[in-house]
Design a protein. Structure first.
Ligand SMILES: [Zn+2]
Length: 421
């Protein structure tokens, strides 16, 4: 066993050896009377938080059909003493005034899920302390955390210098539409943005660029008997998919990665005995590197154009969704130095959440925070609870870890709304 004095000396040495980033969190903050009370509120009312979490999960909310969930959230914001509104996109927004002189902080939790109404979203609670249902994590847990953190701030009358905006967004899963629209309508309103999304883990301060396209090949079509040598959209699409998969990606282990998936969805004809008039397939392309995103996309389109030309068919590319890239890690070193990142890391550490070593904060992300990153607003995303299987029917979440999810919101609200020193 090590002498405690020596241990703390060694700890101090090892901490000094690491890069230090500015943080607005200090161990004195959770000891402040109002903040302490708010944290205690979360523990004292945790059973209610879990009940509400289950309730929210069971309100169906496919992207574009969030209104029932939105009505619930709006009513709860109201009961908590705020004056919420539903904006033209369907986002629910409410402002909690600060005492003045501090930055405005926006918390955003998306309400939509990827599951159509036909999917059973009833929650099963298992004896191992987990909840199971499609959407139970992504992002119902964050919506519940946000509501409970607001109640805690109100009950303990936590004073913040800056305002805190509570934003429940729509259509995150359909290209961050609600978030982009809110930022567009409220230019300059957000000094910082914290998206509450993802499993608990690294704090993310970058933006993974995502391009979703539909590649479409068309021709007049023909009966099989007359099909020999006619322009054939199937052959063009098949050739194009084959050619796309020859486009090189960064080597495994390279600092910046990219990935694509061609043909996730495909459509062609309806009968056996004809060359179809129209064939489509989708492409999902992802990387944080803006230039690489553009060059890979150009390369794919050009493969399709060549294949279409060879088969004498018409090619068009339709956009399904486009989410801009935040930039390579080296482009984001200034972002890493913004206190929003290290404050969130320190808050999670204070709450005894073990962050992956060396990956406390990552320069990527695919949440509402991406819209902030590409709009040059200091933005992060941070998680809601432990869990896995998001976007699948087997999605589950660990119940107890949602305490951390809710408490971090209280601490971030108190820390980040302080004026810069
Ligand atoms: Zn999500």
């Amino acid at each position: 066993m090590c002498h405690p004095g020596i241990a703390s000396f060694l700890l101090a040495v090892s901490l000094a050896a690491q890069t230090t980033y500015p943080s607005k969190f200090s161990p004195a903050l959770p000891e402040r009377d109002d903040v302490k009370q708010a944290i205690a509120f979360i523990d004292a009312h945790f059973e209610q938080q879990v009940k509400e979490w289950i309730h929210i999960t069971e309100i169906p909310a496919p992207s574009g059909q969030e209104s029932e969930r939105a009505a619930y959230v709006k009513a709860e914001f109201e009961k908590a003493g705020l004056q919420p509104a539903i904006d033209p996109s369907g986002n629910v927004v409410a402002r909690r005034k600060g005492t003045g002189g501090g930055p405005t902080l926006v918390f955003a939790a998306h309400m939509d899920t990827v599951f159509p109404r036909s999917i059973d979203v009833r929650v099963t609670k298992k004896p191992d302390g987990t909840l199971h249902a499609p959407g139970v994590g992504d992002n119902s847990a964050s919506v519940a955390n946000l509501l409970q953190a607001l109640r805690a701030l109100q009950a303990a009358n936590v004073r913040t210098r800056g305002d805190v905006v509570f934003l429940a967004t729509v259509q995150e899963e359909a290209g961050l539409k609600g978030m982009y629209a809110w930022l567009e309508r409220n230019k300059g309103a957000a000094d910082m943005l914290v998206a509450l999304d993802g499993s608990l883990g690294p704090v993310r301060y970058g933006a993974l660029g995502v391009y979703w396209s539909r590649m479409k090949f068309t021709a007049p079509g023909a009966h099989t008997n007359r099909s020999r040598g006619v322009p054939n959209p199937v052959r063009a699409a098949a050739q194009c998919i084959t050619d796309i998969y020859t486009i090189p990606l960064p080597e495994p282990g390279a600092p910046v990665q990219a990935v694509y998936n061609a043909g996730g969805m495909m459509s062609a004809g309806e009968v056996v005995n004809a060359v179809p008039r129209e064939v489509t397939f989708t492409v999902d392309l992802r990387t944080v590197d803006k230039e690489l995103l553009g060059s890979l996309d150009d390369a794919m389109v050009s493969k399709c154009e060549q294949a279409a030309q060879a088969q004498r068919v018409t090619f068009t590319r339709e956009w399904i969704m486009r989410s801009a890239a935040g930039g390579r890690p080296e482009d984001l070193t200034d972002r890493r130095r913004h206190p929003i990142v290290q404050t969130a890391v320190d808050v999670l550490r204070y709450l005894n959440f073990e962050l992956p070593k060396g990956h406390e904060a990552d320069p990527d992300g695919s949440t509402d925070a991406n819209a902030g990153v590409v709009n040059s607003i200091p933005s992060i995303s941070t998680g809601r609870a432990r869990g896995e299987g998001q976007h699948t029917l087997g999605e589950w979440a660990d119940i107890d870890s949602a305490r951390i999810g809710a408490k971090q919101i209280v601490l971030l609200a108190a820390a980040l709304t302080e004026p810069d020193r």
